[in-house]
Design a protein around this ligand. Sequence first.
Ligand SMILES: [Fe+2]
Length: 367
Amino acid sequence: MITTFSVATKVVSGLGSLALLPAELAALGARRIAVVVDRGVLDAGLLATVLAPVDPALVAVTVPVDPDPDVAAAERAAAIAREHGCDAVLAVGGGSAQGAAKAVAIRLTNPERIDRYAGVGNVPIPPAPTIAVPTTAGSGSEVSQVLVLHEAGRPEELVVRSPGCEPDTALLDGTVLRGLPRAPMLHAGLDALAHGLETQWARRASAFTRALGLAAARTVLDRLAVAVDGVASGRNAEGGNDEVLQELLDAACAANMACGNTGLTLVHALSTAPSVHLPHGLQNGVLLPHVARFNADLSEPDVAELVAELPALYDALGFAAVFPSGSVGPAEVDAMVTASTGHPFRLNNGRASTDDELRELLAGAVV
Ligand SMILES: [Fe+2]
């Protein structure tokens, strides 16, 4: 099979790399910046830390974003950025803020409402220059050309994907994860683990994506429990786990470099139903061992070795591969199977699946 591999985003990574933010903004010619930030990050005071090295005169407006933004939320954020005459975007947060920031960057240069650009390759004009500072080690959205919006009433998420929609620069500094609470640390890590392993089962996998995805999954398996324990013990906050946090941030980014090129598979195909109101990483963490079992015959020995370590990791994390009690019933199972129908991630899974097989798979995740 002929495959292609590309990562267009410049990745600046390392403890203390936040100090380079002003130089990276200047390199993009940013003069009036819209800072699109997770509301939680803003409330926790982390934005002030991220912006500390930046000349305040360059920040035209700060736009807080709530989790899982819809079209209206993205459009509101974009309107604010336009009203302030912004010419560049700084995204600070996890996957939700990164996605909203991409929508803002697209809408600073493109005239139509963001959902008009849904699908692949439909954004006509390159977005405004963007720098992404991820504050969770999970989505890897900082190197992805995909933005996902959660539109109520649709059977699946709204996806905009175009070459050029990836941030120009990703700045990965593990110190920004010091204050991350337990749930986002845990859920984001499981999302990254799913990205790394799903690339191994993708029909479009290549030598490049296998290497990146495998290394990323290895790091999450080795380091996530240390980082999650470090929340309660205070070790993260004290800076004692900085290197672990940096490794996880790098791994999440690498996992997205892999899955951005292969596409995802069954785990993410089943976690796209907007009517299932569970955090993205939690859903994927629950689904991952079940999909790994379904895909056992696809797994190369080095992948099977990692999969065999999942139970020990989940024990260490105190995480069960079942949906929280009462959160997923027959209606949600139907919604998950419906959302996966015809979904490119389901079709990209190396083993084809029938709806009955998926229902059986999901039954194992429902208490
Ligand atoms: Fe994901």
